[in-house]
Design a protein around this ligand. Structure first.
Ligand code: SF4
Length: 378
C-alpha cells in the first residue's frame, strides 16, 4: 500500500457529497451531449451514475440550456455541477437546479466589460449562498485572465494560471465565501503538475479538483492524465478528479472507470511514472501493466522484487518495475533502482545508468547486490 498524506483541505459540501476534509477523492465527469437535447443528456447522466460518478457536470450557455437543465436535474441521483460559460449572470437561473457552479476567471472579462471582476464574483458567491451551492474556480490554460498573462514573460503560461487562482481565492475569502474548490488545468501534464503544486503550496487548505484538459483519446489520454494524477496525489494534492477522454458519448463511463482505476493503482503501488514524493522507507512501484507488456512473467517479477527486498524496508529506496521497452527505459530514471522487462531478459538500472540485462531467474540476486550497495553507501 502507498501511504499518502493528504493536504489538510477544508471540507466543501456539494449536495450529499463532501470533497476535501479527508473525504475519499471524488470521481466526476461531464455530460458530452448538447444540454438542450434533454433525452440524450439524461441518458448520459444515467450512464455516468451507473459507472459510479460522484458528481456530474453539465454545460449551460443560454436560457434554453437552463430550461433543459431544470428537466435533466429532476432525475439526478448525484449532485450536479454547471459550467458557466461567458454569461456569468445565468448563475441566478442555474443555481436553483444544481449543487455546484463552476466559473472560469478568464471568462469573467468578456461580459459587461466595465463592471469590476470583484462585483461579478460577489454576484456568483451571492447566488451560491442563496441556493446552497458550492463554487469551483476553474482556471484553464486556454483562457487565462488577459490582464495576468501580460504581467509574465511570454513563455510562462503557469504563473498567470496560479496567480489567477490565488487572486480569486482572495476575492472569495474577502467576501466571506469559503465553500469553494479550485482547478488549474492544462493539456500538458507537466504544466498541470507544476501549476497545482505551486497553488497548493500557497493554499494547502483549499480543496483541489484535478484534471488534464483535452487529454485526448485512450490510451494516450489516459497515460497523460495518469502521470499528472500520480505526481499530484502522492504529494497529497487532489480532492476530486476528472479524467477527460475523447470517447463516443456511449463510452463516457470510461472516464469514471479510469479515474477509479488510477486511484486504486496509486493505493496499491502501481505507477506509470516515479512519484517524487513517496513515504519514507522502501517503496516498490510497478506499472499497472497493459497490452504492451513484454513477458507475462512481469507480474510475478514485481511480486518477487517486493518479497526479496523486504529486508531493506527501513531504508528510503525506490525501486521501479516496468513491463516494457516503451516506457521502461525512461520511466525508471527517477527511481534509485529500476527494472524493465524485455521478452527474454530484464534490464537493470541504477538511476539513469544501465547496469546490464539479466535472465528473469537471475536478476533478483543482482538487484539485491545493488540494494546492499545503496544501503552501505548511505
Ligand atoms: S510500462 Fe509498458 S507495460 Fe507497463 S503500463 Fe506502461 S506501456 Fe504498459
Amino acid at each position: 500500500m502507498t501511504q499518502i498524506k493528504r493536504n489538510p483541505t477544508r471540507p466543501v459540501q456539494i449536495g450529499q457529497l463532501t470533497i476535501g476534509g479527508g473525504a475519499p477523492v471524488a470521481v466526476q465527469s461531464m455530460a458530452a451531449t448538447r444540454t438542450q437535447d434533454v433525452e440524450a443528456t439524461r441518458r448520459q447522466l444515467e450512464l455516468l451514475q451507473a459507472a459510479g460518478a460522484d458528481l456530474v457536470r453539465v454545460a449551460v450557455d443560454s436560457r434554453q440550456d437552463v430550461d433543459a437543465l431544470a428537466r435533466i436535474s429532476e432525475g439526478a441521483r448525484v449532485p450536479l455541477s454547471v459550467d458557466l460559460q461567458e454569461n456569468y449572470r445565468l448563475a441566478a437561473q442555474v443555481a436553483p437546479h444544481v449543487q455546484k457552479l463552476r466559473y472560469n476567471p478568464g471568462h469573467l472579462h468578456h461580459h459587461e466589460r466595465d463592471k469590476p471582476v470583484r462585483e461579478k464574483v460577489a454576484f456568483l458567491a451571492e447566488q451560491a449562498v442563496k441556493n446552497d451551492c458550492a463554487l469551483r474556480v476553474g482556471v484553464n490554460c486556454g483562457s487565462v485572465d488577459p490582464t495576468l498573462t501580460q504581467r509574465f514573460p511570454a513563455g510562462d503560461s503557469i504563473s498567470p494560471m496560479v496567480e489567477s487562482a490565488l487572486a480569486h481565492c482572495a476575492l472569495l475569502d474577502e467576501l466571506g465565501f469559503t465553500r469553494y474548490c479550485v482547478s488549474l488545468k492544462d493539456s500538458d501534464p507537466q504544466k498541470v503538475i507544476e501549476a497545482n503544486t505551486r497553488f497548493a503550496a500557497q493554499r494547502p487548505e483549499v480543496p483541489v479538483h484535478l484534471g488534464v484538459t483535452e487529454a485526448g483519446m485512450p490510451p494516450e489520454g489516459i497515460i497523460k492524465t495518469r502521470i499528472a494524477f500520480e505526481q499530484l496525489l502522492t504529494q497529497g494534492i487532489g480532492d476530486t478528479l476528472r479524467v477527460s477522454l475523447t470517447v463516443p458519448f456511449d463510452d463516457k463511463g470510461e472516464e469514471i472507470r479510469v479515474g477509479r482505476q488510477i486511484l486504486d493503482d496509486i493505493h496499491t503501488g502501481r505507477f506509470r511514472s516515479v512519484p517524487k514524493v513517496l513515504s519514507d522507507g522502501l517503496n516498490i512501484i510497478s506499472c499497472p501493466s497493459c497490452s504492451r507488456v513484454e513477458n507475462n512473467a512481469f507480474v510475478d517479477l514485481a511480486l518477487k522484487v517486493r518479497e526479496v527486498t523486504q529486508y531493506a524496508k527501513a531504508h528510503r529506496i525506490t525501486i521501479a518495475v516496468m513491463g516494457c521497452r516503451v516506457n521502461g527505459p525512461g520511466e525508471t530514471d527517477d527511481a534509485d533502482l529500476g527494472l524493465w522487462c524485455a521478452p527474454n531478459f530484464v534490464n537493470l538500472k541504477r538511476g539513469a545508468q544501465h547496469l546490464g540485462h539479466f535472465p528473469y531467474d537471475q536478476v533478483l540476486d543482482r538487484l539485491k547486490e545493488e540494494v546492499d550497495r545503496l544501503i552501505a553507501n548511505r
